[in-house]
Design a protein around this ligand. Sequence first.
Ligand code: BG6
Length: 473
Amino acid sequence: MEYKLPQNFILGAATSAWQAEGWTDKNGRDNFVDMMYKAAPERWNNGIGPTIADDFYNKWSEDIDLMKKTGLSAIRISIDWSRFIDNYENATINEKGAQFYDNVIDKLNNIGIMPMICLEHWELPKVLYDKYGGYDSLKIVDLYVKYAKKVFERYNGKVKYFWTFNEPIVIPQLCFMDGFWYPYKTDTKLAMQWIYGKILANAKVVAAFKEMNITGKIGIILNPSVIYSRSELNENDKKAKEVADLFYWKSFMDPCIKGQFPKELIDLLKKENCMFEYKEEDLAIIKNNTIDILGFNYYQPMRVMGQRFKPAENMSFHPTKYFEEYDMPGKKINPYRGWEIYPKALYDAAMRIKNEYNNIEWMVTESGMGVEGEEKYKNEDGVIQDDYRIDFYKEHLVWLLKAMAEGSNCKGYMVWNWLDNISPVNSLKNRYGLVELDLKNNRKRRIKKSGYWFNKLENEKTFHYKTIDQEYK
Ligand code: BG6
């Protein structure tokens, strides 16, 4: 069947500063992820980390030409706060660092690729973290606002979409609640204080954006879990889903879009002694400064069921006290990343955004499939034949188009990533790019089959795929 995308539909890609740039000219100005890497490089796949990353800092100009060849109509980059600012307390600009972003943004505009800026993809400067802590500190919140204003002043008129944060739940969750990443803490109250601080910082930056009369839109990029219960007939499973939804969907969605935290979440946090500290006047800032547009990152759904085991009494609180992850038999899985592939979740999320969040304007800001050992899919010309990735994109677009036909206000679909990239721990094990990064050959770039396909999709705005009924037979 033939599918058509609207002519003005944004087809692009996303990347981030620490996953692309490398440390040239950083002179030890580490950010939070650099710190995570330096604390335990041996935990990262083959010890590969942000040191060189994609070397985008040096290769940005040829890379932008290559982005054009893969048909990107937009690219989301992040600005590395630790590179852009010189003196964090006064937010004076590091001219050399800022010049790099000027060059990138100017060339993107000249070549006809719309730049989108994300202010923070976890690049909190390390020295600030050492001195004040993270977003649990109101001082950090205010320094972040100062930095954001400098970015707005410099790029006003050159950039149409500004995003405050990328996946602001990830660092509090993985570093401070689950203990998976450095500094390996399991302190839910601290994680909630970070979450609250990021929500307040988002609102303050939205307020500054409006006060400064910046052109374009301001949004936040979230990764809310699309949650399914094992069975809607089982009361424990339903309850499990409700609690997971409070933490992993509503915690950011509600305050950033509706201006308010869900009462059930606040009640639960108080009951579990994990309530964050707040000031009434800050709640008013959150209420009055909601986002214009939502960025939605989606990789896999979350399936839950009722908790079968009682957690030990002396354990510090974690949301999984109320639910367990459900490993659904027969689910389709990406065996490399271990993540379920369930494109219908995009449709379900779209309908929820439409019905519960006043049909706010939104776009998919990350969607992708990480695959290991892609060299084995090379043809005789050395081009990776990643038909699995093309199918992955098509099946997600099919469900998105269905949602749009039913009134969802979705404006675009951005893939993760345009070029293979590093990430914490898995670093370049699973490859996501439309373009291959050849580590053995001085990080040479080579367009994959999906890159040529994406270019065709952007030019023609049509593609062929099975119908939803055929896919789910
Ligand atoms: C998203 C992040 O959560 O997932 C990216 O915004 C990250 O930074 C991506 O790279 C894929 O995750 P991973 O661990 O498979 O690289």
